[in-house]
Write a protein that binds this ligand. Structure first.
Ligand SMILES: *Cc1c(COP(=O)(O)O)cnc(C)c1O
Length: 502
């Protein structure tokens, strides 16, 4: 307690040392989680803007008018980009999940207004099974049933329009929302938005287009002559659109935009409470105190790159995607699941090797690509979110990919011990005990807690992933929640010395 505080420079050095254990944010070799423009000056502007506004509070736009101005600027830019009609409104949120949560919350509350009285039908939304997991979180938070419509090879991994119509008819008055992706995260393809929005409009139901990952790519792709199916507010019946700035707008983490076609559609999202003795709370989004940092960072980056800059970045991304797709097609054992509409690539393996081992082999070669589990007939895949900064490294990426597949073939598909597989198959996700979880960790070779808190993560994840992949989604969720519970344990009595152990 009486120790003097360490000098600021020591603390910053400690932070840098800690950060060295993380995935690199720059360099174009991390193909999920981070998006790298490769423009050092843009990054600097973003960083300095975040720092300058880190203490500013968006809670009260009259007290911090500069935050309101930046937010209205960014929303206007997004509305211009996405064909927002006169009267289109929106907000900057903390990320894609918050934008999606609010779109579902708004739809639920509008549904309640449409069906007043005690016999209100339970609200439901219809989504392709490729829609982002954030919609399942929204279903969980807001009590809106998620009705999944299967996709597959048959539908080109895009939403099935006829089955969506049938699901809506079955729901009748329960329907509150139809969801489309532009594009889907797992497969990188754009849903038939025109058709889905028409189904929604014909029933007086909202239609949300989740363009969190594609919204800052597709408009330029279309202008560059790429075949992009219509998906913006130019499509009649689209009532709201989400687009993340912290993905392909290359802004620092912490910003997304949620647009509504009209102010009336946004109305249920706005919240005020005067039911306490403090300040009257008045919020447009989930957060109340909102750091000005991410907003200022996004404002500075979007202005810094500008329309011409994004045009060039999108050219780089799509050229990289084309080259990766062409090369992957020629690597024996590997295939592109579906030709992508945007900046995301899903790769599948044949029976000679498995996708999880390919991910490990790529990691061993300095590339992070993301494993995606099998789901409802979808095979396990390798996901690549391609950034502009990846373009100059595509030849190395392709070499690493070919070598990784060859190494995965030499190793053969991961074999899960039949006894372990039987053990996993017998587990009931609703009743997973700590003992079951310990058994699973041991089975996966993850061992016990390292130092009373936290777990030692293996460098190779293929065995763990293969084991999880055997489990049904509900069991996977239960296992991973137990895992997270063990990761998130406080370090007590520390003086902030939880720096690098090694
Ligand atoms: C990333 C993403 C989200 C969720 O966004 P977060 O910023 O991670 O909360 C939602 N939808 C799609 C399509 C995404 O790619």
């Amino acid at each position: 307690m009486t120790e003097p505080a360490p000098p600021a420079d020591d603390l910053l050095a400690q932070l840098r040392a800690l950060q060295a254990r993380d995935l690199p944010v720059h360099g174009g070799r991390t193909l999920a989680y981070v998006y790298d423009s490769g423009l050092a000056e843009v990054d600097r502007v973003g960083r300095e803007a975040v720092a300058a506004y880190a203490g500013s509070n968006g809670l009260d736009p009259t007290a911090f008018p500069s935050l309101l101005a930046m937010e209205n600027d960014l929303v206007g830019t997004a509305a211009d980009l996405l064909d927002g009609p006169e009267g289109c409104v929106g907000n900057v949120t903390s990320g894609g999940t918050e934008s999606v949560l609010l779109a579902v919350q708004g739809a639920r509350d509008a549904h309640a207004v449409r069906h007043p009285g005690p016999d209100r039908p339970a609200p439901a939304m219809v989504l392709p099974d490729t829609a982002h997991a954030a919609f399942h979180k929204a279903a969980h938070y807001f009590g809106v049933e998620a009705v999944l419509v299967p996709t597959g090879e048959r539908t080109g991994w895009r939403a099935d329009v006829e089955a969506t119509a049938a699901a809506l008819d079955l729901l009748g008055d329960r329907a509150a929302l139809v969801v489309a992706s532009a594009p889907s995260y797992a497969h990188g393809v754009v849903d038939p938005v025109t058709e889905l929005a028409a189904l929604a409009a014909a029933r007086g139901v909202r239609c949300h287009v989740d363009a969190c990952i594609g919204g800052w790519v597709l408009p330029w792709a279309a202008r560059q002559g790429r075949a992009v199916p219509p998906w913006t507010f130019a499509v009649e019946g689209v009532t709201s659109i989400s687009v993340d700035l912290h993905k392909y707008a290359y802004a620092p983490k912490g910003t997304s935009v949620l647009l509504h076609r009209t102010a009336a559609l946004r109305r249920p999202q706005l919240f005020a409470s005067a039911a306490w003795p403090g300040y009257t709370m008045l919020n447009p989004t989930l957060q109340s105190t909102r750091s000005g940092g991410p907003l200022a960072g996004a404002w500075a980056v979007v202005r810094s790159i500008g329309d011409t800059g994004y045009d060039l970045l999108v050219r780089d991304v799509l050229a990289a995607v084309d080259a990766i797709v062409a090369a992957a097609t020629d690597i024996p054992g590997l295939r592109v699941v579906v030709p992508p509409d945007s900046s995301l690539v899903a790769l599948a393996t044949d029976e000679t090797c498995d996708a999880f081992t390919v991910c490990d082999e790529m990691a061993a070669r300095g590339w992070y690509v993301q494993p995606q589990m099998s789901f409802a007939g979808h095979p396990p895949t390798v996901h690549l979110s391609v950034s502009a900064a990846t373009r100059p490294h595509v030849p190395e990426l392709v070499t690493a990919l070919a070598a990784s597949v060859a190494a995965a073939q030499a190793a053969g598909p991961v074999q899960v011990d039949p006894g372990v597989a039987a053990y996993v198959g017998a587990l009931d996700p609703a009743a997973l005990t700590d003992a079951d979880f310990d058994g699973l960790l041991d089975a996966a070779g993850l061992g016990g807690p390292s130092d009373g808190g936290g777990l030692d993560l293996p460098t190779r994840m293929a065995e763990v992933n293969a084991l999880l992949d055997l489990a049904a989604p509900a069991l996977r969720e239960a296992v991973l929640v137990s895992f997270l519970d063990r990761l998130q344990r406080p370090v007590r009595g520390g003086t902030g010395s939880s720096g690098p152990a090694a």
